[in-house]
Design a protein around this ligand. Sequence first.
Ligand code: ADP
Ligand code: MG
Length: 662
Amino acid sequence: VVGEDGEVDFKGKARFSQHLAVSAFTKSKTISQQRQNLPIFSVRDELLQVVRENQVVIIIGETGSGKTTQLTQYLYEYGYTVNGIIGCTQPRRVAAMSVAQRVSEEMETELGDKVGYAIRFEDATGPSTVIKYMTDGVLLRETLKDPVLEKYSIILMDEAHERSLDTDVLFGILKKVVARRRDFKLIVTSATLNGEKFSNFFGGVPIFHIPGRTFRVQICYSKTPCEDYVEAAVKQAMTIHIAGAPGDILIFLTGQDEIEATCYALSERMEQLISSTKQPVPKLLILPIYSQLPADLQAKIFQKAEDGARKCIVATNIAETSLTIDGIFYVIDTGYGKMKVYNPRMGMDALQVFPISRASADQRAGRAGRTGPGTCYRLYTENAYENEMLQSPVPEIQRTNLGNVVLLLKSLKIQNLLDFDFMDPPPQDSILNSMYQLWLLGALNDVGDLTDLGRKMVKFPLDPPLAKLLLMGEQLECLSEVLTIVSMLSVPSVFFRPKDREAESDAAREKFFVPESDHLTLLNVYQQWKANEYRGDWCNDHFLQVKGLYKAREIRSQLLDILKTLKIPLTYCGPDWDVVRKTICSAYFHNAAMLKGIGEYVNCRNRMPCNLHPTSALYGSGYTPDYMVYHEAILTTKEYMQCVTAVEPHWLAELGPMLFSV
Ligand code: ADP
Ligand code: MG
């Protein structure tokens, strides 16, 4: 195949048509031929041997070499599912779902039968499942019930280079499982060259390299720092498309809003182009991909474009290593990504936009060199790459709130968290801070041990404040109502706001407003939906996302199951919702804000200004309560409170005496 050594320059059209011929051929290949064509296939036997001979193995291979989809199948074919099942963890939900889908196709079984997946609130596995893809968070929670992971014969910790918080905690826990169970095997895979570190953590285990097969990628930098990277990305994509050389485009942006704006701008430019020229314009298939995108739309990115059309995939960093899309010849890298970081000023986690690291930039560029020699347009300067970007990303464990982790480790009876076997320990401050927050919530006692409340909180796959909200609903006898609120808070916003119909959809949303509270507004939406027999057409009429509401209903029923196993009966408060507000106050008093000036609020703990979000029921309503609590703070252009509820000051003193007095 042309250029397989990665040294061949591409010179004009002749080369390209050869590539096209190659990829057209790929299209007609059977699945088994495709499997045999992956780099990992050539080392199948060596791999199985090294796994047979070692309890722990590190496997390094470039994205797309076949680690995620093939390894599990090799292990299955070799017989590793006789005494247990194969588990494969993913840091991202989308990847777990999409890969399970793909592998079930390759194995010609229904998804959920031999091959399944599990993500929070969604279990698509069955009694015959032998290969289970899941998020690292799901496996982490399974260790609560079964500390030695009895049902697994082998675990593949995939995408370890991502160093997600849950993966990092799993490292420590699985190390113990390895020591306790001789019959258990662990494989750690990574797309980048950090094998040494993983190997050393397990006491110097073998590192296996899958030989690479990539093409050269030409890097083009922006000459000057770019002011509006969305606009620049759109322009660059159109330039590539108009120039006409074949190959799909992949654009990296930071999040859903930006991606939607970019897709919209691209389709507008295409329309303008079509109406301004008489010549036929080749089709551009514009495909967004981000974690909250519905699964059926996500699957679209893998479909081949029709002949003569070009795909333009607009993605978050999900397409950096988790998902591999063939046929990409052009990458447009904005140089930014979203990361969850602990913001000490707000005292909590916030998703923030950051410049990516050099390692991420190289991964992104690499996506253009999988099918043939490609080009990566970096919308930042070479100087920024060399001198401003970090070498590699900071592991999540060192930058986020550890509330959940602390609660989980405590219930695994790990008394002194500062002694836990972390690959890179989190800052001591951040452990102490999380313990303080759990103490405020009543999950830990004065000496840092779990309380009864804390022990119950761990049973729910929820952030500590939401778990507390449920359990306080039990005490204050409005459990059914808060259960609905918690479920609604566990799905993306159900309000649908299509472009071109903003005013109409805003008016529809306002009809649901409960003046004192966004939480109660969510409750109101759900109750009205229920009163209308959970109808889909009713949602459409009221600008509500049908899928989101269904998901909320499903989550509600799963949480209800957990409540049942804890023998907690459902209680209703009826139409008087003041007690619901009080319950919300009990779980969120650490996020309180007070009125200061006209319509302006400051955080009660640190006096920092915080703003009502324009989508809030209280925004611009003229109703300005003295105190309110909020679900979370987000940082965009300003610090915003997301989802607020007005509270009485004496509730704060009663429920959060460690922070407030009358
Ligand atoms: P790795 O884990 O090493 O990055 P994968 O096993 O995810 O590699 O991917 C191997 C190949 O499988 C990819 O090159 C791609 O062609 C194919 N593939 C993976 N997922 C899908 C999917 N959902 N649909 C179609 N092809 C896929
Ligand atoms: Mg993979």
